[in-house]
Write a protein of this length. Sequence first.
Length: 168
Amino acid sequence: MKIRPIKERDAKSFLNLAKQLDSETEFMLFDKEERKTSVEEQRMKIKGIIHDPFSTIFVVEKDDRLIGYLGAMGNTAKRKRHSVYIAIGILQDWVGQGIGMQLFQELERWANEQHMHRLELTVMTSNEAGLALYKKAGFEVEGVKRDSMRVRDRYVDEYYMAKLIDQR
């Protein structure tokens, strides 16, 4: 297993990973079959992220297949450049094997190099495994986003979580 920065040539594999995650769990942003991104559109998004000093995506590769990722999306506004918003997804067959913690360690190394101070994310309040991972990685709940999402015709709350890195 290898964790590495995403490359443009990963567009098709990354899109397939995202679609599989959408179908495996209700804890991702998109419903199954909702993601309509083309491979070329995905390649262009990846290209933009690669060239953005405030954003990154790390992928987890096993036997030439992507099995997980962690994306950190930054801000160009000077007042928000110290902060990134995180999304993470790991295929269900690989959950619980320490991959999430490895991804967060890689993210924190990158964040330190980029002089980031704030790492933030949201998680559905019912996502116990995700919540446990984020707390283990040092994230704290800062608040609740009530009725933040609608899943299976039901409103779902999310926790807003963050971790501060000492970069003052």
